[in-house]
Design a protein around this ligand. Sequence first.
Ligand code: SF4
Length: 385
Amino acid sequence: MANVDQVVSLYREPLENFPLELAADWKKRHPGKKVVGCYPVYSPVELIHAAGMLPVGVIGGGNRLEIANADSRFQSFVCSIVKSTLELGLTERLKFLDGIVFHSICDPARNLGSVFKRNFPDLMVEYIHFPQNMASPHTIDYLIAEYKRLNVSYEQLSGKKITDDALRESITLYNTQRRLVRELYTIRRETPHNLSTLECYVLTRIGTILPPEEHISILREAIPELRQRNEKPKDRIRVVLEGSFCEQPPIELLEGLEAAGCYILDDDFLIGWRWFPEDISTDGDPLRNIANAYLNHSEYSGVKHDTREQKSNHLLDKFKNTGATAVLILAAKFCEPALFDYALYKRALEKEGIPHLCLEFEEKMWIFDKARTEVETFVESMLFD
Ligand code: SF4
């Protein structure tokens, strides 16, 4: 498929309605193939793929999903993605999944894994305990053991042995996908007038649902086209956006942020699917390489407990390296990791005199006027200062 406009108009609607319908359709067209859902933030998708299954992002229900059943299983002060994911399950929209994996990112996600296990006994529910101590010399062996445990489940589910060669092939494939997404982000960072955040988001998000080969071929056509674009830059401020690493903001909100006067040079949307800023090595033991990449060469995140470095320094580096003039914190309502991080970021940004604005969003958000007005006021305060 050519043309970025066509790709965006083809996929925007399904992404806003029910993103996983694309994966359910794929499964109908590929009977006998198995699909494993990956809850945010990061899952080692290579393990699933090397077992001959399709990993897909289960990243909430979007803002059109009515929450009618999940409220009775969770308290009201919980982020939307937890409830919408459960609602998808309870309304049988996840029936096409053969398995799903959760991780130790926060208490609500931990609980969601258990709730899934109890409510959907036919679904293989896995849970990865990511290390809480990244500095210990034993951590890498711990994580490899965790991945080996997962491989046993995936081999049972798929009926296929996960060989080192298959893992290396999957690493190579996902390296290519991640490299192309990085290229997309480079284009937006360098020429944000040529690639809107909406386009960048849709082009990235479809990679969480389509088979990687299909996504790679879409990006291989889109990137040269984007490099040819020559749009006129608008009078907007340049920002780095942080805080949307798990639950995703509604697409209309993203559009509204740009329309309110921001060029978003970098963000952490879908960060788990862009988790490695460089390729994972394919030399030697592939499981060790995947574990080592997680521990030593992955993106910083509010859900990765890395005491070796300060997250706020990463944000400051990002701010400086992109040439941004402000920071926009866009955090999901009730997301503890994002809101805890905000306290650290706020202190660091104020110390450096960096203008910033913090907004909260919900998956099920319909009215964007308030957010838009806040951003417009912020932009005006910077443009006409
Ligand atoms: S949005 Fe935040 S609180 Fe909710 S599951 Fe994700 S990380 Fe946890």
